[in-house]
Design a protein around this ligand. Structure first.
Ligand code: GLA
Length: 335
């Protein structure tokens, strides 16, 4: 199945309208360069970077909403839903948040106040536009026995920074759906930590409504069975699940080649089969999964070009660099 030019390309969001939303991460560049593609196939967007702490409140009390506002306006104009990403994270958060005017670490009360204020101002602004937020991103460690990633939030506030964030978010917008979001979510060890954390929130009556599975996956890993187990485990908490950052790198972990200018046909075949299996699985769990967002839209732009291997292009999506459907796309829409 290579040339599909004579076949009408179905709209991905329409094919999946009875299953889940189809989203894409966007930025100010891609809402222009990928506009027709986004409008045809996606009914949800997430700001790739423009709603992160450092972008939205770079200095205390100085909120810079221009870029985020443009993305929100794009969603509105195109009749799309919007996910909010993200309120609390160890990354892309400016130093001032954790320091006083003399550069000394602030105390718990001050940091809680800053957290509350940030959440209030940001969620208030996008009330009615953003229907769900990744309230806390990546709070769990990958390795070792510890549950909590060591961060300034944890160090200064303590373990309850997570529940506080959810409580502040719920107060700021009681209508918004609140998510805990993390990567390596299908790895058995990390999965159990995420489960434990979220379960403890649920048991305490903390307002958490969903688990975000980032889903930065590769051709082989995580295995389909690991993904299935993770979905079932999180769904057993009675929460909604979103895939929040889906992409399928064409490089296996040990493959560090940087000389490819296009994906090999073997890569594309494996990727198509992988997407086929993944979406088959996601459809099975349509009662729990309400949104599937790709971390981009087409192969002309992906954060994976340069990460984790510098100078290496990647091709992780359903659409190629010219926005044409790949075999991966056809495998996802034909069922
Ligand atoms: C994490 C974050 C995203 C993004 C990716 C890399 O998954 O949640 O916001 O920064 O890393 O693009």
């Amino acid at each position: 199945m290579t040339t599909q030019t004579s076949v009408k390309v179905p709209s991905l969001k329409k094919v999946y309208e009875n299953y889940f939303d189809i989203g894409a991460a966007v930025n100010l560049h891609t809402i222009v360069t990928q506009q027709p593609l986004l409008a045809q196939h996606f009914n949800s967007i997430t700001a790739e970077n423009d709603m992160k702490f450092e972008n939205i409140q770079p200095l205390e009390g100085q909120f810079t909403f221009e870029r985020a506002d443009e993305l929100a306006a794009f969603a509105k104009k195109n009749g799309m839903r919007m996910r909010g990403h993200t309120l609390v994270w160890h990354n892309q958060t400016p130093d001032w948040v954790f320091q006083d005017a003399n550069g000394k670490q602030v105390d718990r009360e001050t940091l809680l106040q800053r957290l509350k204020n940030h959440i209030n101002v940001v969620m208030e602004r996008y009330k009615g536009t953003i229907y769900c937020w990744d309230v806390v991103n990546e709070a769990v460690t990958d390795e070792g026995p510890e549950l909590y990633r060591s961060t300034k939030w944890l160090e200064i506030i303590g373990e309850d920074y997570i529940e506080k964030a959810f409580e502040f978010a719920h107060e700021a917008d009681p209508e918004a759906l609140l998510f805990y979001n993390d990567y390596n979510e299908s790895d058995p060890q990390k999965r159990e930590k995420i489960y434990k954390l979220v379960k403890s929130l649920v048991d305490k009556g903390v307002p958490v409504h969903g688990v975000g599975l980032q889903a930065h996956w590769k051709l082989v890993n995580p295995s389909l069975e690991e993904i299935r187990t993770a979905i079932e485990r999180y769904a057993s908490l009675g929460l909604k699940l979103h895939l929040t950052e889906l992409d399928v790198s064409v490089f296996n972990h040990e493959d560090k080649r940087t000389d490819l200018t296009e994906p090999t046909s073997e890569m594309l075949d494996l990727q198509a089969e992988r997407y086929h299996q993944v979406f088959h699985l996601l459809r099975e769990y349509q009662d729990s999964i309400t949104s599937v967002t790709f971390w981009g839209a087409a192969d002309d732009y992906t954060w994976l070009s340069d990460f984790p291997v510098k100078g290496r292009k990647n091709w992780p999506f359903l659409f190629d660099e010219k926005h044409q459907p790949k075999d991966s796309f056809w495998k996802v829409v034909q069922f």
